[in-house]
Structure formats: structure tokens, C-alpha cells
Design a protein around this ligand. Structure first.
Ligand SMILES: Cc1cc2nc3c(=O)[nH]c(=O)nc-3n(C[C@H](O)[C@H](O)[C@H](O)COP(=O)(O)OP(=O)(O)OC[C@H]3O[C@@H](n4cnc5c(N)ncnc54)[C@H](O)[C@@H]3O)c2cc1C
Length: 488
């Protein structure tokens, strides 16, 4: 009798889950051959010096290290265009899977639903791997810098921040990202699939998608973004969130940002009395976008602490051309506990931008918005009145509400993350509380080829891991490791 042993499944070299800015930055960097002299990695000897476990920056700021000329950056872009065949070869080793099926769809959706017209980050934050100045160069080339950027002056007198002092409009940032996607020929790269299970086998991973389809991959990169695990204040623990959502009574900002505009319209309907719970930029954007829907809308914005107004979500020293100095200090800290302490201090809780603060004041003047700082919801009652909620505050005040939108952030917790939690139990990875102590090349642990993008890579990337700056930094590290392993 002829006994045939089944042939082993073909192994995909790289499976990337998620197609947000972080995954896009990685794929571009995998396709890109030019070297970025500003790569944020302690091993980048052009920028950093390593000695006895300490890292120091060779320069006082990135401007001190002569920036590339516009011509040099343009040249890099041209070289890339001439590499189509090479890029096709690389492409055959990589598959990108995302529930949404197109690049940065989650980003676009959240900007649309929240009505965000300008980025919070400056011109140096984007996904183009060629240079941190690429967006600036593009704006200059197309001569639309004045029209498509917004200047900010809050940090003019701050010696620790020396620019850039312009923020791109959301529209122009999107246009630039689309250009980058086209430059690398990535338009059709994302496959619309939702990953539901990851199983580790001997030398590979088995990925199972919602459809039941399986893919076997040698390396898996998780770039599923920060909206996976919503955080709810204790007072909501008694409520079945799914049922409340279905009945249009309660929304988390994660839902608000993930929903299609049609579904969001259906939930918001003609609701006029809305309580927004939060204190960070997302909650403020939600409050403003609700006000903008109708002049009859009345928003009660409940914030546990006084709102903090600052240009960036992290300390400004981490956002500008002196970022390398902060990174060197961060990498010199050996203790994971101390690193995360610094991250917490640098992020310093939710904050809103000066422009959004002004917009909130305008909404208050129009009597559309009541801002209650230092205030918490202590109890909730479901009523049979026209307004289904009675919201009771620690101040003793009570408000009738048609809808409550909770925007108290997301939980970064490797143990609760829908995909990562499947891997952590069997893995020998180390943790500091909720964060994995990822390796220098951003793997979950040294033995496994699971790479983490975004906030879960904070241990190595520092406080900006979640943001666009972190996207480029993470992409550089992971692409280097993958290129070495696959001998590209
Ligand atoms: C409102 C808002 C504004 C922001 N503005 C800025 C800014 O101006 N500047 C800045 O630097 N940073 C900003 N950030 C922070 C950060 O850059 C963004 O959150 C960014 O979208 C993160 O990118 P990402 O690739 O990690 O995740 P996402 O953009 O969230 O993408 C993750 C993708 O993974 C997919 N996915 C998740 N689970 C699965 C699964 N199981 N199977 C398949 N696909 C899956 C999702 O569909 C999604 O498309 C902002 C964040 C928010 C929330």
C-alpha cells in the first residue's frame, strides 16, 4: 500500500497583522534599501555612543548632525522607484492581514469620526522610512506648506524644544501617506482578514482567521493598534456593555472611533443630552464632534482631574530635534521598573492641545457644553423617563442623559490583549506589570519570532512607542532583524 505523508504546509516568511501606520512603516522599511542615519537605536553608532551599559548621544540635537539636503532625500525617493523588481521579490515574502482591508483605515476612521483636522504631532512624525524630513521636503516641493500646515507657538520660549513648529493638516498627512504607499507599490498589499487565533508550533506559527482559513508563518508581527482593550471606570462594571451599545445607551471611545459613520449616526440619532467621560484629547474631540452635529446638542463633559493643556501627548523634549538626548538617557536606564516610571512621568496622563482647549471654550460660550473638572460619576440609574440615564456625580449634581460616551482610554495589558494573551502563557517572555520586556529587536522573547509594534514595544522604544515617531523607530528595529534572519 502506498502511504503518503502529508507534505508540510508552505511557510510564509513574514505575516503582519494590522495595517495601521505602524505596520505600514514596517513594510516600507522592509522594502527600503537606503540607510537612515537618524535611526533610533542605541546600536546606531552615527548618533549614539555605548559604553559600560550607558548610552550617550553624540549630538546635542538632530539639527547638529547635518540634516540631509532636499536633493539627497529626493534622490532616495528616485532610487526606490527604480527598484520595482526587487520590491516584488520582497513582497512575495510578506503578507499583511487586517480586518479593514486597506492601509490606515482605522486611522482614517478615527480622524473622520472625531472630526480631527490637524495632527497632534509635528512634521517630523510620519511613516516614510527615507528621512524624518521627508514630509517637510514634500510640502516644499509641492509648495503647499503654508496652506497645509498649522503653526504652533506655545513652545517658542521652551529651550528644550527647538522645533519643528508646524503640524500637518489631516488631509495633507493622509495624502502624503498615500504617496508613500504608491511609491512602494503597496496599494493592494493588505488582505481583508481577521486573525482570531495564534498557535505556536515547533519552528513556526499557525494563524487562524475568522473564516477558518489557516496560514503558517515563520515570523509574525503584531501591529493591532491601541484600541483593542477598552478601559471602563468601575461605576460601569454593573452594566452589560454590549447590550447597552446595541440599545444605543453607552459607547466607549474605542467603538466611537471604530464604527462606520453610518453606524455612528444610527447610535447618535437625535440624542441631544450626552455625557462624555474623559479628560484626554480623544474625549475632548468626541465632545466637540457631538456639539458640531447639532446646535441643540448639549454635552456634559466630566473629567476626573482639571484638563491639562499641552501641545503634545508626551513631554515636548521627546518630540523635537533633541529627542536623541532623551532616548540615550532612557536606554541608559537598566531597570525595567525605572523605565516604565519614566514613561509614565513623560506621558503624564491625558492632555488636550491648546487649539482644542479654545474650541471647548467656544462650545461653552455657545452653551452647548458644560465642562465639569475634578468631577466623577459615582452612580448611574437607568430610568423609564424620556432620558434613559440619570447620572449622579460626586458633587451631588445629577444629569439626565440619552447617551454616555466613556473615553477613559484603553488598557495596555499583554495579558488581556485578544491575540497576545494567547501567546504569553506558553512563552518564557518577561514582563513589567502589563508590558512585555521585548528584546532589542522587539520580539516577545528571544526564543520566538513574534515581533511587537506600537505601545507593546515601549520597553525598548520609550514613551513615544505608540505614536508615529515610535512607528518609524519600531519599523527600523524589526526590519533589521528580519532582513538579517531572511538574509535579504
Ligand atoms: C484619535 C487619535 C489621534 C491620534 N493622533 C496622532 C497624531 O497626530 N500623531 C501621532 O504620532 N500619533 C497619533 N495617535 C497615536 C497613534 O499614532 C495612532 O493610534 C495610530 O493609529 C496607531 O497605529 P497602529 O498601526 O499601532 O494602530 P491602528 O491604526 O489602530 O491599526 C491597527 C490595525 O489592526 C487591525 N487589527 C486589529 N486586530 C486585528 C485582528 N485580530 N486581525 C486583523 N486585523 C486586526 C485593525 O483593523 C487596525 O486597522 C493618535 C491616536 C488616536 C486614537
Amino acid at each position: 500500500p502506498c502511504t503518503m505523508t502529508p507534505s508540510p504546509p508552505p511557510l510564509l516568511p513574514i505575516a503582519i497583522i494590522g495595517s495601521g501606520p505602524h505596520a505600514l512603516a514596517l513594510v516600507c522599511k522592509l522594502y527600503e534599501e537606503s540607510v537612515d542615519p537618524f535611526e533610533e537605536n542605541p546600536a546606531n553608532a552615527k548618533l549614539f555612543r555605548q559604553h559600560d551599559g550607558k548610552v550617550t548621544s553624540k549630538y546635542k540635537g538632530l539639527k547638529a548632525l547635518k540634516s540631509e539636503t532636499r536633493g539627497a532625500i529626493r534622490k532616495k525617493l528616485k532610487v526606490t522607484q527604480g527598484r520595482r523588481a526587487e520590491m516584488r521579490r520582497i513582497s512575495s515574502h510578506i503578507r499583511v492581514f487586517d480586518t479593514r482591508g486597506t492601509w490606515c483605515a482605522q486611522w482614517d476612521q478615527q480622524f473622520k469620526n472625531l472630526g480631527i483636522t490637524v495632527l497632534r504631532s509635528a512634521l517630523n512624525a510620519h511613516v516614510d522610512p527615507t528621512s524624518w524630513e521627508a514630509l517637510e521636503v514634500d510640502l516644499n516641493e509641492r509648495k503647499d506648506r503654508e496652506r497645509e500646515t498649522v503653526e504652533f507657538h506655545e513652545l517658542d520660549a521652551d529651550k528644550s524644544y527647538r522645533g519643528p513648529f508646524q503640524l500637518p493638516t489631516s488631509r495633507r498627512y493622509r495624502q502624503f501617506t498615500q504617496q508613500v504607499i504608491r511609491r512602494y507599490g503597496l496599494q493592494d498589499k493588505v488582505e481583508k482578514k481577521t486573525l482570531v487565533k495564534i498557535r505556536k508550533s515547533e519552528d513556526h506559527f499557525e494563524l487562524e482567521f475568522e473564516t477558518g482559513e489557516r496560514v503558517f508563518a515563520k515570523n509574525v508581527v503584531l501591529g493591532c493598534g491601541p484600541l483593542c482593550v477598552p478601559h471602563w471606570p468601575e461605576v460601569f462594571s454593573a452594566y452589560d456593555k454590549e447590550r447597552c451599545l446595541v440599545r444605543g445607551l453607552l459607547l466607549h471611545s474605542c467603538d466611537y472611533m471604530k464604527m462606520s459613520p453610518e453606524n455612528l449616526d444610527a447610535v447618535l440619532g437625535a440624542k441631544r443630552r450626552i455625557v462624555v467621560v474623559g479628560g484626554g484629547l480623544t474625549s475632548a474631540h468626541i465632545a466637540l464632534s457631538l456639539c458640531s452635529r447639532s446646535l441643540q446638542t448639549n454635552v456634559i463633559f466630566v473629567a476626573r482631574k482639571p484638563l491639562q493643556v499641552k501641545p503634545f501627548d508626551i513631554d515636548s523634549r521627546w518630540m523635537g530635534t533633541q529627542r536623541n538626548i532623551q532616548l540615550a538617557k532612557y536606554w541608559s536606564i537598566r531597570s525595567p521598573e525605572q523605565r516604565f516610571k519614566l514613561i509614565n512621568e513623560t506621558r503624564g496622563g491625558g492632555s488636550i492641545t491648546p487649539v482644542v482647549w479654545e474650541n471647548l471654550q467656544e462650545a461653552r460660550e455657545r452653551q452647548q457644553l458644560t465642562l465639569l473638572e475634578d468631577t466623577e460619576i459615582v452612580d448611574l440609574e437607568v430610568t423609564l423617563n424620556a432620558a434613559p440615564w440619570n447620572v449622579i456625580l460626586n458633587t451631588g449634581e445629577e444629569y439626565a442623559a440619552d447617551l454616555i460616551v466613556v473615553s477613559t482610554g484603553t488598557e495596555t495589558n499583554v495579558h488581556h490583549d485578544p491575540l497576545l494573551s494567547q501567546l504569553v502563557e506558553e512563552s518564557t517572555a518577561l514582563y513589567q506589570d502589563r508590558f512585555p520586556l521585548v528584546t532589542e529587536d522587539l520580539r516577545l522573547n528571544v526564543e520566538e519570532n513574534v515581533f511587537l509594534l506600537g505601545v507593546y514595544a515601549s520597553y525598548q522604544l520609550g514613551p513615544g512607542a505608540l505614536n508615529l515617531m515610535g512607528a518609524r523607530a519600531g519599523a527600523a528595529r524589526i526590519s533589521k532583524a528580519l532582513k538579517q534572519q531572511l538574509e535579504w
